[in-house]
Unconditional design. Structure first.
Length: 98
């Protein structure tokens, strides 16, 4: 459903991680990422670029991953979107460009 200011979508409850976490909730609200590895354990080597340098580490601090706006399109949405694009009019120098 939608109105001029918002939209509500249905997401099947089966969109879960192997541990049962509902992925769309994390995308909408953000997620708490735990420290790695848990206290007293040794983690796997992680390598990443940071400020032009390469960082090698076996630990990371926990952090809050912010929300990530997303859209999901179903097959029936494609025809409507393509029609809306087709109906859009771009004018340059008083002439319609297709």
């Amino acid at each position: 459903m939608h109105d001029s200011r918002s939209a509500t979508v249905y997401m099947d409850d089966s969109v879960r991680s192997s541990k049962g976490f509902f992925y769309p909730a994390a995308l909408h609200y953000g997620a708490e990422i735990p420290a790695y590895p848990p206290a007293g354990q040794r983690g796997k080597l992680m390598v990443f670029e940071y400020m032009g340098g390469t960082v090698f580490t076996m630990k990371r601090k926990g952090f809050h991953l912010g929300p990530f706006p997303f859209m999901i399109f179903q097959e029936e949405d494609k025809a409507k979107i393509l029609q809306a694009l087709n109906d859009a009019i771009f004018i340059q120098g008083g002439e319609r460009i297709q």
